[in-house]
Design a protein around this ligand. Structure first.
Ligand code: ZN
Length: 353
């Protein structure tokens, strides 16, 4: 069976090659967009390092199976919420949004012990950007002097949040989004998705197979996206006071659920990209084909530079949120840059007669 990860051939070559030629690093950074297979690759790498089958990672030996099932004693995922060094207290219960410094200090003990059942201890920190600066500094100690039979893997889609001292001590493995065709093919052959739905999900996934699979199994993912697109459409013709009210609400939500707000902004960006494509006469490339009827009249009122400005403002807002700017302020600035379009130009024209 070997590697099952889809569309990351370069990654697989780099990792398998390092093992084959005895050039294993002590620590890796798996960096790239969300939902493209980074954590999956980390687990398969752990299987490769511990496999006892003929063709590692075989996926069938006891070691491979235990790693896939999360029950291998030497392979551990350190995530938000987890065991604390001092008290064995489980931070999963206290709504933590960060990986705690105690979780990272605990690793100093863990890596000092020889592997218990396998050949190599693998610690996956995911998402690594959930460590604040102090916690990252605490991790340096483990990164500086790891024993030979330990591999640390830091997984992140926001590597800019990692300290330079961390980044200089890890080998970077770059993950990229997948081509639309590869996602469509994978959905059809591996998940048995009917062609039309596979094509739709592939289009909406923006290169992220994991997102497409998530949307396939959880109807809310698409639902939330649709409501974000509805909001984008409404805001395009809303007066500034309504836009600011929306920015305030969304900004307030950001402190509770960053991922949800980022997903809303991603959907908005996609919506404005469609407006830009249609305005530029490239409607065929538009992603939201089921919305063309509502997109066309709006795009017709929007010139290309205005659509570009909207798109850029959207991307700026997303980056500023990541940088911990005031969420409401960042969103208000974005709202100011959106052109104000007329909701229904046809009926507006008729009314004016
Ligand atoms: Zn195996």
């Amino acid at each position: 069976m070997s590697w099952t990860i889809v569309g990351q051939d370069k990654v697989v070559d780099a990792l398998a090659g390092a093992v084959k030629h005895g050039r294993l690093a002590h620590a890796y950074l798996f960096a790239g967009p969300a939902h493209v297979g980074k954590t999956m690759a980390a687990l398969q790498f752990a299987q490769l390092l511990n496999c006892t089958g003929a063709e590692p990672p075989c996926g069938r030996c006891r070691s491979c199976e235990r790693i896939a099932g999360g029950g291998h004693a030497d392979v551990e995922i350190v995530s938000v919420g987890g065991l604390c060094k001092e008290s064995q207290h489980d931070h999963a219960k206290d709504n933590s949004r960060d990986i705690r410094i105690c979780q990272v200090r605990r690793l100093e003990d863990v890596v000092s012990r020889a592997p218990y059942e396998g050949k190599c201890r693998v610690i996956i920190i995911e998402p690594a950007d959930a460590m604040n600066e102090t916690t990252q500094n605490a991790l340096l100690k483990t990164l500086e002097e790891p024993p030979d039979d330990v591999v640390l893997i830091l997984v992140t889609d926001r590597e800019e949040l990692l300290l330079p001292t961390i980044r200089s001590r890890v080998r970077r493995i770059a993950f990229t989004g997948l081509p639309k065709d590869a996602i469509e093919r994978a959905l059809r052959t591996r998940w048995d998705v009917e062609p039309e739905r596979a094509a739709q999900l592939a289009r909406l996934s923006r290169g992220r197979l994991g997102w497409a699979v998530l949307a396939l199994h959880d109807g809310r993912v698409l639902e939330q996206r649709q409501s974000a697109l509805d909001a984008a459409q409404e805001l395009a013709s809303a007066p500034l006071n309504e836009r600011f009210a929306f920015a305030g609400d969304l900004g307030g939500r950001y402190t509770r659920d960053r991922a949800a707000v980022q997903a809303v902004l991603e959907a908005w960006e996609e919506w404005w990209r469609d407006i830009l494509l249609i305005a530029a006469g490239r409607e065929k490339q538009a992603v939201h084909r089921e919305r063309l009827d509502s997109l066309r009249p709006l795009a017709a009122q929007c010139d290309v530079p205005a659509a570009v400005r909207a798109l850029r403002a959207n991307g700026d807002a997303r980056r500023q949120l990541v940088d911990n700017a005031s969420p409401a302020l960042a969103l208000e600035v974005m709202m100011l840059a959106l052109p104000e379009l007329r909701a229904n130009p046809v009926s507006a024209r008729l009314a004016g007669r």
